[in-house]
Design a protein around this ligand. Structure first.
Ligand code: FMN
Length: 148
């Protein structure tokens, strides 16, 4: 059984909901998952010991939230090279954040980002069966990738 960390920020709860659904998908794949808010992670050492990392941020002002930038500077020193990575976030019209985060994971942290790419879901869809399923499928597929 592999262990996945989902670390996310969310201002009004939409990205948090996505995080919960993605976690369900990872459990469906038979793997273990830990859900953490980025504001509660204070040290790089807290990022050790996972096989895969999925980072989540909504898009505000065509960017990730400020706390995610701070978190990524912390993650930079955590030695995530070669680990599997994914990213997600809620949005309404441009949805830039997940793609930018995944870029950083791939090109700066040298992580093995998932072929699934990043997952962005419009906030109006998250609470629907389709939105829930898209998140669960993302988690399940990423988990199945870890199963080899
Ligand atoms: C001030 C403000 C700026 C926003 N800027 C963007 C944006 O640039 N692009 C976008 O797609 N959504 C934008 N949104 C919409 C949010 O991404 C959306 O409400 C999202 O669901 C919030 O997620 P959260 O509940 O996890 O915080 C903005 C919302 C607010 C209130």
């Amino acid at each position: 059984m592999k262990k996945v960390l989902i670390a996310y920020g969310s201002r009004t709860g939409n990205t948090e909901k996505m995080a919960e659904y993605i976690a369900e998908g990872i459990r469906f794949s038979g793997n273990d998952v830990e859900l953490r808010k980025i504001t509660e992670i204070k040290k790089g050492e807290e990022l050790q010991g996972y096989d895969a990392y999925i980072f989540g941020s909504p898009t505000y002002h065509r960017d990730m939230i400020g706390t995610m930038k701070t978190f990524l500077f912390l993650a930079e020193k955590a030695g995530l090279e070669g680990k599997v990575g994914g990213a997600f976030g809620s949005y309404t019209h441009s949805g830039d954040a997940p793609g930018i985060i995944l870029d950083t994971m791939q090109y700066v942290f040298k992580m093995a980002v998932s072929d699934l790419g990043s997952l962005r879901i419009k906030e109006a869809v998250i609470g629907t069966p389709d939105g829930m399923k898209a998140c669960q499928d993302y988690g399940r597929s990423l988990g199945e990738q870890l199963n080899g």
